[in-house]
Design a protein around this ligand. Structure first.
Ligand code: CP
Length: 320
């Protein structure tokens, strides 16, 4: 496997989930694969789970992880081509990428959407440069439009906790004070569409996700109606994707607290499990009562980030 951005990069999803079960049961069984191999984990943005779970997955596989925080540990990097570099960016990705990949065998990149230029973000312009100029297998550790390691961990968690063969999974928008990217909901939608679940998306009007990710999912604008009978409630904020009005891209259109997932919302579900990728704003996204309830599985969900990362790195090492 040379890149990990989308669910299709894994091939057969059932086989990938079975591999995840094996990796979780015996995490050190493939330690030989990473002997004398190095993974570089490059962070343009903050992280807790992705940083730690990726390092742990690499160590489980016997690899040496190198973590680089761009702009803190390194020079600030210019990402756009053709610009006059007379600002605070000292080095261009065009040189930095081949230099970084000369020191590693695999590379993971966290580079959030800027939320200013929809075309730049939705072309995955930064990630594409790592593919073009790096020459090494690339993992998205949340890039402009996707967060596949998160979505894979989410699916692993749903498989572990589901109490019905084909559960109803509802992804609901929830309010947040800031403008957040669409990478997590995009990938979650993509992965749920590929999984054997009844998938529903609910959000206020104007927050329509890109059709490439929504696929055939049912979109229900009435949140309470969407949540009826749900087995899993996946809460997430995202800013305006600019699908119906590109001028609104990245804007916060609503902070309606009636969308905060609380006990009233959970009461109409089928005793659903609560999920969120974390970090989460308590009493904005979800009430204390819901996230602290026995049906909240946000911690095992985060723990599965090591499993998803390890399956991806294992496959990449096997194909070097
Ligand atoms: N869910 C997630 O990616 O967490 P971090 O931003 O802390 O890595």
């Amino acid at each position: 496997m040379k890149k990990f951005f989308h669910v299709n990069d894994l091939g057969d999803l059932g086989a990938a989930l079975e591999e995840a079960r094996q990796v979780k049961a015996t995490p050190f069984a493939w330690k030989h694969l990473g002997l004398d191999k190095t993974i570089m984990l490059v962070f343009f943005n903050s992280s807790l789970r992705t940083r730690l779970s990726s390092q742990k997955a690499a160590l489980n596989l016997g690899m040496n992880p190198i973590v680089l925080n761009i702009g803190q540990d390194s020079w600030k990097l210019e990402t756009e081509m053709g610009v006059v570099m007379d600002g605070d960016k000292s080095e261009h990705l065009r040189e930095a990428i081949p230099v970084m990949t000369s020191y590693c065998d695999l590379i993971g990149i966290r580079s959030f959407a800027g939320l200013k230029d929809r075309e730049f973000d939705y072309n995955e312009s930064v990630l594409r440069q790592f593919i073009e100029y790096g020459g090494k297998p690339v993992i998205s550790l949340e890039s402009a439009t996707v967060h596949p390691c998160q979505a894979f961990a989410d699916l692993i968690t749903i498989e572990e906790y589901k109490e019905k063969k084909r559960p109803k999974v509802v992804m609901t928008w929830a309010p947040h004070p800031n403008s957040l990217p669409q990478a997590v909901p995009n990938s979650f939608a993509e992965w749920m569409n590929a999984a054997d679940v009844d998938f529903v998306i609910t959000h206020p009007r104007g927050y329509e996700l890109d059709p490439a990710f929504v696929g055939n999912a049912r979109v229900e604008y009435d949140q309470m109606k969407a949540l009826e009978g749900a087995d899993f409630v996946y809460a997430k904020n995202w800013s305006c994707p600019g699908v119906t009005d590109p001028a609104q891209y990245g804007k916060v259109l609503s902070k309606d607290r009636s969308w905060t997932v609380d006990e009233r919302h959970m009461a109409v579900t089928d005793n659903a499990f609560f999920m969120h990728c974390l970090p989460v704003r308590r009493n904005m996204i979800v009430s204390d009562a819901v996230i602290d309830s026995p049906r909240s599985i946000v911690i095992p969900e985060a723990a599965n980030r090591t499993v998803s990362a390890q399956v991806v790195m294992k496959r990449m090492l096997e194909s070097l």
